[in-house]
Design a protein around this ligand. Structure first.
Ligand SMILES: Cc1cc2nc3c(=O)[nH]c(=O)nc-3n(C[C@H](O)[C@H](O)[C@H](O)COP(=O)(O)O)c2cc1C
Length: 292
């Protein structure tokens, strides 16, 4: 069992935010199994859009990597929250949102808080956490996880909510960091304001290419596993040194079997998420990981 802020995650294994968890049917399929301790929704924004054209492909390689060029969910946040209202159970749900403008993030948090208040009951451990996606590499901009001025602004907004309601569990989904400067910048921002209770590390590594289809997009799966482990390990060490032991870590990147799951726990993750393995192995990958 992992306790992340007000979220109790048992087992500490969950679908990470992705295209595979876009619809109400997806939410229910991943929620209603004892092999996940939580679900994370695909990243939503305030407004939806018609998902078509080129920005919606995922390809796999023989070694279990994925390349995808998806953007965010076509479904608006309000729709996503209405599906969550229909879920019955004690497990938490993490809603992934993307800010864009800081005001948009504020509006997202406000909307999620309304739903939280509606669903909260003294008898249940059910709760909704918020994961702020600062790391999609497919949108033609600098993700906030690499823009530490923008990140600091997000944290200031988040702090307003968590100061009023300490039960609200908010985390950041970070991109893969590749040098010490990234970790230094993150920690110095968190040392100033740290309203978050978890970090999800990592999102896909941008700008990979699938050799046969030539699709360019973010790399997930086996190809990023060791990079993700290193990020989790370094984040844990750096957070501890900064006195931020209470910030938990959800390790993500190339988890597809019990060995890779254990690798994350050994590197310092409190819980482990996955996406590519759902596409490669199928929805029953969670039971396979835990029963191996
Ligand atoms: C097809 C696809 C869509 C994804 N969509 C999202 C998303 O909407 N939001 C997000 O935070 N991460 C998204 N991700 C990233 C995953 O959550 C995960 O961080 C990354 O793929 C590494 O994990 P994996 O190796 O288990 O796939 C997506 C990944 C894939 C493969």
């Amino acid at each position: 069992m992992a306790r992340i802020g007000n979220l109790y995650i048992s087992p500490p294994l969950l679908p990470s935010s992705s295209y595979f968890i876009s619809t109400k049917q997806d939410f229910l399929a991943f929620y209603n199994t004892r092999y996940t301790g939580c679900i994370t929704t695909r990243t939503c924004q305030l407004d939806g859009f018609l998902e078509d054209g080129e920005r919606r492909r995922v390809e796999y390689t023989r070694d279990g990597s994925s390349i995808n060029n998806f953007g965010y969910s076509p479904y608006p946040l309000r729709q996503c929250l209405s599906w969550i209202e229909e879920i019955e159970g004690e497990k938490p749900v993490i809603v992934s949102v993307a800010g864009g403008r800081t005001q948009d993030l504020l509006d997202c948090i406000e909307m999620i808080q309304e739903t939280r208040m509606k669903l909260q009951s003294g008898e249940s451990r059910f709760d909704i956490g918020i994961e702020v996606n600062t790391s999609c590499p497919n949108l033609g901009n600098v993700p906030a996880g690499f823009d530490f001025v923008q990140l600091a602004e997000y944290l200031t907004v988040i702090a307003r909510y968590t100061a009023n309601d300490p039960t609200l569990t908010v985390g950041l989904k970070l991109p893969p960091y590749t040098h010490d400067g990234h970790f230094d910048s993150l920690i110095s921002v968190l040392e100033r304001t740290c309203p978050i209770r978890f970090i999800t590390s990592t999102n896909t590594l941008g700008n990979g290419q699938h050799p046969e289809s030539r699709l360019v997009g973010g790399i997930g799966g086996s190809g990023v596993h060791y990079l993700a482990l290193g990020n989790v390990y370094t984040l844990r060490a750096r957070l501890n040194t900064a006195g931020l032991q209470h910030v938990k870590i959800i390790g993500v990147g190339g988890c597809f079997d019990n060995k890779s799951y254990q690798n994350f726990l050994n590197a310092g993750a409190d819980a482990v998420g996955l996406a590519t393995a759902i596409g490669v192995v199928g929805r029953d990958v969670f039971s396979k990981i835990l029963e191996q």
